[in-house]
Design a binder for this molecule. Structure first.
Ligand SMILES: [Fe+2]
Ligand SMILES: [Fe+2]
Length: 253
């Protein structure tokens, strides 16, 4: 959320001082939250964590509202010349919503049953990955033809995987058999691994200034870390489906 505030700010025009201030405020709020989150230990009083979670939940709800407001302004053509893509603003608002829901689940002590979590997390993250491929493709310089083409292929691959996930979702609960879910997780994992490697390469090339683009190095790293996160979740599902007992701490991670 802290980095989202930074990306949004980069895309505002210099005369949009009010929006720039709001983005900077969110940056400071989430920077402070991030710093404080590191101070908790496994033996911290659960009540303290609950209190902290609800504060973060509130901040996530506020940044969600800010992002939707910005999306409305862009779609009404009230920020001409700004460089935030509408899909990017929608994307970061979906991530804020995801984070907010997660905090709610944790504070209520209720997690979705595994077969539902597997489908829902995949529908969510496959769309996120498909969006990333589109952002990369559109922010690379058009003269980087090979990379643009690769990004377009990833975009198509992940669109297809997302629709497959939606199909599996609509066939619920009959589709929630161990072999189908296991195949679903395996197939997605193969594609996410290769997208993760592509993002890592892009990140390194951008960092070293070896390719032409308008991608901020932090954005390149951000999308790479989100692919890593998705892989972590897929690995956890894979282990749960294969019967290996997943550590409770890990689920809560
Ligand atoms: Fe993000
Ligand atoms: Fe993202």
């Amino acid at each position: 959320m802290k980095e989202h505030s930074f990306f949004l700010r980069l895309g505002f025009r210099c005369e949009d001082t009010q929006l720039i201030n709001e983005a900077n405020q969110f940056h400071a709020i989430f920077e402070d939250i991030e710093r404080r989150s590191h101070s908790f230990q496994a033996d911290t009083d659960p009540q303290t964590i609950r209190q902290f979670n609800s504060e973060v939940h509130n901040a996530a709800a506020n940044i969600w509202a800010f992002k939707r407001k910005v999306l409305g302004l862009i779609l009404r053509c009230q920020l001409p010349g700004g460089t935030n893509f509408p899909l990017l603003v929608d994307h970061v608002s979906r991530e804020a919503n995801y984070f907010r829901n997660r905090l709610e689940e944790l504070n209520n002590g209720r997690l979705e049953p595994l077969p539902d979590a597997i489908i829902d997390e995949n529908v969510f993250f496959l769309k996120i990955m498909a969006d990333h491929a589109k952002f990369i493709g559109h922010l690379l310089d058009p003269s980087e033809r090979k990379l643009v083409e690769q990004a377009r292929e990833f975009s198509q691959d992940f669109d297809t995987l997302m629709y497959q996930a939606i199909d599996l979702s609509s066939m619920r609960p009959q589709s929630q058999t161990q072999p189908l879910l296991s195949q679903f997780v395996d197939e997605n994992r193969v594609s996410v691994k290769s997208l993760r490697d592509f993002k890592k390469t892009a990140r390194d090339l951008i960092e070293e200034c070896r390719i032409k683009s308008i991608i901020h190095p932090l954005l390149a790293d951000h999308v790479f870390r989100e692919a890593e996160r998705f892989l972590f979740i897929l690995d956890m599902f894979d282990r749960s489906l294969s019967g290996v007992k997943v550590n409770k701490k890990e689920i809560m991670h």
